[in-house]
Design a protein around this ligand. Structure first.
Ligand SMILES: [Zn+2]
Length: 252
């Protein structure tokens, strides 16, 4: 939600799907619908916050980095389980699995839980600024921010040469039907570093139910299916690990 500086700012609220459908049914019945909205949201002054970062240092090229994550903040209602708690935990779990299995790839794998995506992308922008002198050594950025439903693969933004390599890696995920690599994709939090030239990949999932929950009181942890979540973890882990362990860096 953004306002053009030249127009008056009109208050803006979100309804759940259930409420919107109820209003629709009332309208279809010919009822005249009146709404009273009580809105208490305010914008407070900025306070300090932080991205949460952990990494496995690469065994051969520690200054080359595969970064993966999601955003740790959420909308002000619900728990933010799908948007984006599930994505952050999937990324964290992918790196935790490498750690407990003793798998240390050639390059560094860094998990980042970006802060304040919903209210201005501050964490993603701060990451870009803090690592500005290292971004040419970031070989890939991966984000999950579409809910942790059954994954189908990734949307990839990068060179044709890199796309072919990522497609080959995707074939490792065909067994769990998560190996389809499409052209174009990324994520809000990795957007700032992608605009600096870092190739990006966004986890693609069955999004048919995402907006049942997204930014509403219904976005709670009971909506997460452990099997689908595990597949998201597997997809993130395989792409991050294999790219981090390629003999040559993923070409730009
Ligand atoms: Zn999100």
């Amino acid at each position: 939600m953004r306002y053009d500086p030249d127009v008056p700012q009109i208050p803006h609220a979100a309804l759940t799907t259930e409420d919107a459908r109820m209003l629709h049914r009332m309208q279809d019945r010919g009822e005249r619908v009146y709404l009273r909205l009580t809105m208490e949201a305010q914008t407070y002054p900025d306070v300090e916050s932080r991205n949460v970062i952990a990494e496995i240092r690469g065994r051969e090229f520690p200054d080359e980095v595969v970064v993966l994550g999601g955003h740790i903040d959420s909308w002000d209602v619900g728990q933010g389980a799908m948007d984006d708690g599930g994505g952050t935990v999937a990324a964290w779990e992918a790196v935790r699995l490498m750690h407990v299995l003793g798998m240390r790839p050639r390059r560094t794998v860094r998990v980042v839980l970006w802060t304040n995506e919903e209210n201005g992308l501050r964490g993603g922008n701060a990451y870009r600024d803090n690592y500005a002198d290292q971004l040419d050594k970031h070989v890939l950025a991966i984000e999950s921010d579409g809910g942790v439903f059954k994954p189908s693969g990734f949307g990839f933004t990068g060179s044709d040469e890199a796309f072919e390599i990522v497609q080959q890696i995707g074939s490792l995920l065909d067994r769990i039907e998560a190996g389809t690599i499409n052209r174009g994709g990324g994520g809000a939090d990795i957007g700032p570093i992608m605009r600096e030239g870092v190739p990006g990949a966004g986890l693609q999932v069955d999004g048919s139910k995402y907006f049942w929950f997204h930014h509403s009181h219904a976005d709670t942890i009971d909506k997460l299916d452990p099997e689908e979540m595990a597949r998201c973890v597997a997809a993130m882990a395989v792409l991050a690990y294999v790219v981090a362990d390629l003999p040559e860096p993923l070409p730009r």
